[in-house]
Ligand binder design. Sequence first.
Ligand code: PEP
Ligand code: MN
Length: 335
Amino acid sequence: MIIILKENTTAQEIENLAGIVKSHGVVPHISQGMHQTIMGLVGDTTRIDIESISQLKIVEAVRRIQEPFKNANRKFHPLDTVIKVGDAVIGGGSLTLIAGPCSVESEEQIISVARNVKSSGAKILRGGAFKPRTSPYAFQGLREEGIKLLLEAKKDTGLPIVTEIMDLSQLDLFDEIDVIQVGARNMQNFELLKQLGHSGKPVLLKRGLSNTYQELLMSAEYIMAFGNEQVILCERGIRTFETYTRNTLDISAVPALKKLSHLPVVIDPSHAAGIAEFVSPLSMAAVASGADGLIIEVHNDPSKAKCDGAQSLTPENFDTLAKKLHILKNAMAEA
Ligand code: PEP
Ligand code: MN
């Protein structure tokens, strides 16, 4: 349920209303828009008497929200959520580039890629330390050592780090990590999502291989319901009948998720395509559709990568792409 307040409602009046709502065991969330203040109600609202709330002099309208996601719902929070990570700003119309290798392999590798992507305009460094691999015989990541190397790269370049957590037992290692990634395979690991709700760190939440927008938003809702509003949604391609590409990039996810939710939406064209040559056109499509950012795999020597070399860009190709994306973004701003 949302309560739309009249313009010029005072802070004291809002507080009084919040008190009434809390006395019914419901949690109020205030969202101050440009022209409107909205009080979103989370919890069992069946005991709230819509009639009597509607009649209060500060209330413009009361509406029930049909969707099961509340905190993540655009109706609760009409303005875009903007998440700040180091110098990076994600959401609210900017285009943030996140780049780096699929997995951290060595100090030279991660530092050289970090320096390269930074010079091309990336604002956040990605790199997997814990790798969810389909085969137990494939490289599983450098794990704790990988986290250390990412922090070395952060010290060297100043770039904030995003890296994937696979299990709650790893959380202590993420103290100095800036953004915690929840991979596609863990999108519905609800215990993990709850704990990330307590973590106080931004979470990059990837859409599961076969999950709907609503399921993705319900997973975001878990993190938010447990106290963390800093969730970045990531579309990384879904399973379809097509096998030529690794996954199918669902570009509709951008306008749809942005309509349904105020959370930033980033696109991962690398895991969507699985083919380096397609990363550039898919990135352009993502920006054209209004994505808030891109997370792109870049490797200093893709042919020797321990993971996902076929979809990794060289630093030179990433540089060319970054320039094209900024031209496109500027053209869109003028259009
Ligand atoms: C990754 O980003 O390296 C990764 C494993 O992604 P996803 O969870 O989207 O497959
Ligand atoms: Mn990868």
